[in-house]
Design a protein around this ligand. Sequence first.
Ligand SMILES: [Zn+2]
Length: 497
Amino acid sequence: MKRFIFIIVSMFLAVIATLLVTGCTSREQLTFPAELIDFTFENRAPFTLDSRNGENLSPDMPVYHIFLSIDKSLAMYSGHLNLLYPPPSREAPGKVLFRLYPNLLGGTLEVSAITINGKPAEGKFTGGGSCTLEIPFPAGTETGSLIEIKLDFQGTVPRGLDVGYGVLVLENDILALAHFYPILVPYREQQWENTPLVLYSDPVVGPPAYYFVEVEVPRTLSVVTSGVLTGGKETGKEKILQFAGGPARDFFLAASARWASYSIETQEVTVRSFYLPEDEASGVLAAQKVLDAINIYSDLYQEYPYREFDIVAVPTNALGIEYPGITGINYRIYNPSGNINGIPNRALFESTLAHEVAHQWFYNLVGSNQAAEPWIDEGFAQYSTWQYYIHAYGKGSADGFYESLVSRWNRVDGAPIPIGKPVAGYQGKEYGAIIYGRAPLFIEALAELAGEELFKDFIRELVEDYSWETLTTELFKEAAEKSFNMDLTPIFDEWVY
Ligand SMILES: [Zn+2]
């Protein structure tokens, strides 16, 4: 998530009107197929509509089949989850853990009618509060093969942006439904990744999974989600839409009747932008900048994994928030003559988009524990944003963004506070200064040590090796030492530990 404000010296970059759009462009109405898919766990074909690597669907990832019904007030929802769950290892304890994030985010999420392989099961909260739900497997559950977990859920959505940057919110007739369903807690290295949550960071640590999500909503709403639309049908005042996506570490959904939309289609990817009608120029510009960013990062790191990327204007106190295949952008930064906390939107809009797109590689494709080691995904998203400016405009024009990293670190007077702490290890403004300022500068220091070409190759290899895996500080150090053929303990001592 990006919630800190960059002062870009070369502000003019953000407003270069790139209206000469390549590919096929259109101002579109949302259309949907008239048919519904009869989804089964055996039929993985819908996922190939989203994945660029469709022929290599992983059989070892969980598959979420969610049916979600959104109340016409938009403030309540209910649903059913049918989850195909590969137990993480034979040694895994006989239970499964879910996180119910809405209970932390100012809303509620309740779970009922749980069955595991058809047998009734009971959940109980663990670790304090009502966020982590532990469900022991009923006696006799066969854990050597895929487990089918079924449950019902009911949720409420808060109004106002006070909690967790308003990622889960109904505000000004826009519904942002972040983390709305029970999300699996990953089990890695004999441990549940159940790091205590801090609300000024991104809370979700999810395993990569496939999602088939059916949504029943009032007919007048546009629904924008992770994944792609694969089917739909009108049913009186409602409609049912079906979406498929993955691998992905979460599934985000936003809905409103207010947005206008614009899309750019190339051979590789369709970028769609959903914005308030009064912000059309920025809405169109967003699609073009995001396409540029996708192309730049695809060249630098690895091909963008999906066929679609959506940008959606949402109410939030963050500047933008990353989700798989989609980003929610604060609708207040679309007005080019506006500002947020005194920082002009012209300085914020493009860097926010470039930062959030970079998270598709660092957070979603290459996973990391965002609560325990936030420097990895945020540091690389910031470093990538600098790379975006270099590749889009040239080195000189990117200096402004680089300076913003330095001035961010200077908010704690350039104090050598380690970048490798968990979110909860930072006090006050330290988190923003160190994770968004010092961490990308560490990556640059490492690049200087290795040399530009070697470093580029190293990052490309790292992304390949850790695609849909979890990268940690130690694994990163090990891989870098091997690639650079040097002991990196001194530079890690200086910056990380
Ligand atoms: Zn971020």
